[in-house]
Design a protein around this ligand. Sequence first.
Ligand SMILES: [Fe+2]
Length: 401
Amino acid sequence: MSHNKDVKRTLKNERLEYPIKMMHAYPSVNVGWGAHTMVGNDARSLGMTNALIVTTGLKGTGIVETIQGVLKAAGVESSVFDKVTPNPKDFEVMEGAKVLAAGKFDGIISLGGGSSHDACKAIKLVYSHDGQDVRTFEGAFKATKANKIPQLAINTTSGTGSEISCFSIINHTDKKYKMALFDPNCTPSKSINDPLIHQCMPGDLAAYTGMDALAHGVEAIASRLGVVSAYGPGLSAITLIFQNLRQSSMNRNNDKAVEAMVWAEMAAAYSFNSAGLGLIHSMAHALGGLYDAPHGLCNAIGLVPVCKFNLPAAPERFKMMAQAAGVDVTNLSDMAAGEKFIEAIGQLKKDLGITKTFKDLGLLEKDIEPLSRFSVADICTEGNPTDTGLQDMIKIFKECL
Ligand SMILES: [Fe+2]
């Protein structure tokens, strides 16, 4: 293998990789058509009487107003902090934490997709640490105080998994990259996944977020962390995505496909929450930070090149994924089956009409090296099955152009 020459090994890290697995808890989740109508009871069960709703606003959908109405009927007052933007920024988190501290709130509700949940998790950490700078929580296990407030996560997109995970991804606006905050204290107290709400998502967003969920499943199964219990939910997610993402993205009234994608995104999240991710996400975090590029679209573009790079490191796991995707692997070696799986991902992307490259997202040749440095240093790179050095990363970015 020639692609990992610039990965330095020392005696210290020449050890059995990840001998102790850390299995992270999930919140309880209400899933199903109409689950949002139970939000009042859910909020009350968490002790909420006055909640701050953290959201991008979901303008034009009526979702925020509906949720406020359901809360009100259950005797829960609410206010809205809607200054979160896609790829949430550090200053938005600090402002949200100030709003939270200034009011008499006893609960916080994230309402939206990954951006709203990630921002809300970070606001919860900052608030629980008396206004400490969100940037100090970058990395793993940085919380030193228990959460002071419960979080209810109402999810609206079928991809993020953030409504049940312990990750929060926040944009460092000075250095222009996305920080990963990885801490069990980020995990919401309770979550809601209502397909009726997911159905409000437009078809192109459904395609992007579905490919994000696919990247979650693929990266968790291939992860060098070797969490065997991630295989079950990850493979289920892959099956559901290959059977339903096309239909759900082309026809948002296809109830069966829309609901299946809700289950798929949750299964993928159950998979990566403990098994970690890999280079697809490392690259998406770097691109999201520098160009504010959509997360799901970055992952859709990165999936095939990164899978090709990783196939030789874990061919047996790629064969499992091929089978889950419905690929005929009869008489095929692990490598050949893995190649077929990667072809199937390419076909899925094509069928969804995703033709953009990183160039379309604004990637400039001169930015490839700094982006590659951020990607190699990203927390997700730890899970990547193939040793990855700077030159490997530069090569993959160039392929994605
Ligand atoms: Fe993701």
